[in-house]
Design a protein around this ligand. Structure first.
Ligand code: NAD
Ligand code: WQD
Length: 344
């Protein structure tokens, strides 16, 4: 029988897709989420896809006593996937303490309680933001960590250090740190997807909201970058591909296959796609035009970054499979589903 996994932030965007893949792989899932950036209806979406409603506990992970209680009441949790965090880069500049508290204290509470409950490993959601603008592309896991451009980015760097220091101090558990590039798209069923709060700050939700008429026009930030079409380049990865990597990482830790007590993997496609190319792929894939205008650069934007995913390909046996066209079409299908449900 497969084991029980605690998924923090499991009602969120990447968390919900990962819960689906964990359940499909036979894992039993317990979600902790305070619903600060998600809704309870996500559980219905998960149930529609997998036929199983995961155990759900509404809790703020800053509440350590509450967390201990959940672990006592859900005996036998073998591993944790820790998604719960605040993630809006701009907001983190305005409210740094919110980010330092929410993204650091929650991890401390989990790490503190893991030995007591004999939890064998923790998968942590990190980000390509730790690389800043890399000197060499594609970027490997060994590239230097650059000074963070925002408190949010800094919390990811600090989290990675906290995990490393804790594990090298000799605690009885392991960790796999996953550095995500740009997750986009939605489950092919369109039962779950990304639910941005207010005006989206990220490209894809803004693009699909513009295409459907919620927003008037997409602003393309900058046309003077040193890239072939002068717009920024990112490594956009389908969220379902990303979710699948978490199941492999969890299997690896629980089956004692990790080669080091802390392992780090880039999760990207290895393919750089510019903003204009992504708009083009959307228009080609959906037949829908996106009204856009080119405006000035957005402060703090990295010019170009894409992953070298070779370590994940070779060591985890994981590869991002979805094309950028299918991925962006899945984001559109999700936007259409939201419209059907009357969610703007
Ligand atoms: P999300 O906001 O959709 O999901 C996070 C979930 O955590 C939400 O459901 C939220 O309600 C919950 N949460 C937040 N604080 C909590 C707390 N104190 N206690 C309990 N629950 C709490 O975000 P996401 O896009 O799914 O991101 C998941 C993780 O991946 C985050 O750690 C994020 O920093 C990281 N990440 C995301 C991206 C991205 O582009 N989406 C890229 C790299 C890394
Ligand atoms: C992608 C590209 C923009 C909006 C952010 C965080 C990062 C990570 C993922 C978590 C850029 C351009 C965007 C718009 C545009 N999160 N753009 N018009 O900036 O790569 O990364 O989310 O760890 O930490 O910084 O993603 O989707 O915001 O932007 O032209 O309205 O789209 O300039 O080139 P980004 P994004």
């Amino acid at each position: 029988m497969k084991k029980k996994i605690l998924v923090t932030g499991g009602a969120g965007y990447i968390g919900s897709h990962t819960v689906v893949e964990l359940q499909n792989a036979g894992y039993e899932v317990v979600i902790i989420d305070d619903l600060s950036n998600s809704t309870i209806e996500v559980l219905d979406g998960i149930e529609k896809i997998t036929g199983i409603k995961p155990v759900f506990v509404k809790l703020d992970l800053n509440d350590k006593a509450g967390l201990r209680k959940v672990l006592e009441e859900n005996k036998g949790i073998a591993g944790i996937i820790h998604f719960a965090a605040s993630k809006a880069v701009g907001e983190s500049v305005q409210q740094p303490l919110k980010y330092y508290r929410n993204n650091i204290v929650t991890l401390l509470n989990l790490l503190d309680l893991m030995p007591e409950f004999h939890i064998q490993g923790i998968v942590f959601s990190s980000s390509c933001t730790v690389y800043g603008q890399p000197d060499i592309l594609p970027v490997t896991e060994d590239a230097p960590i650059k000074p963070a451009l925002s408190p949010y980015g800094n919390t990811k760097q600090i989290n990675e250090e906290i995990i490393r220091d804790t594990i090298y101090a000799g605690v009885p558990f392991k960790s796999i740190i996953l550095r995500y590039f740009n997750p986009i798209g939605a489950h092919p069923s369109a039962e779950i997807g990304e639910l941005p709060n207010g005006v989206p700050q990220n490209l894809v939700p803004f693009l699909t909201q513009t295409a459907i008429g919620i927003r008037q026009e997409l602003s393309v930030f900058g046309d003077d970058y040193n890239t072939p079409d002068n717009s920024c380049i990112r490594d956009y990865i389908h969220v379902v591909d990303l979710a699948k990597a978490h199941v492999i990482a969890m299997d690896r830790m629980l089956e004692n296959k990790s080669e080091e007590k802390v392992e780090i993997f880039n999760l990207g496609t290895g393919r750089g796609v510019s903003v204009l190319e992504l708009i083009n792929a959307f228009e080609k894939g959906t037949g829908v035009k996106v009204p856009y205008k080119i405006v000035g650069r957005r402060e703090g934007d990295i010019e170009k970054v894409w992953a070298d995913p070779e370590r994940a390909n070779k060591v985890l046996g994981w590869t991002a499979k979805e094309s950028v066209e299918d991925t962006i079409v899945s984001a559109w299908n999700w936007q259409l589903k939201l419209q059907e449900r009357g969610i703007q």
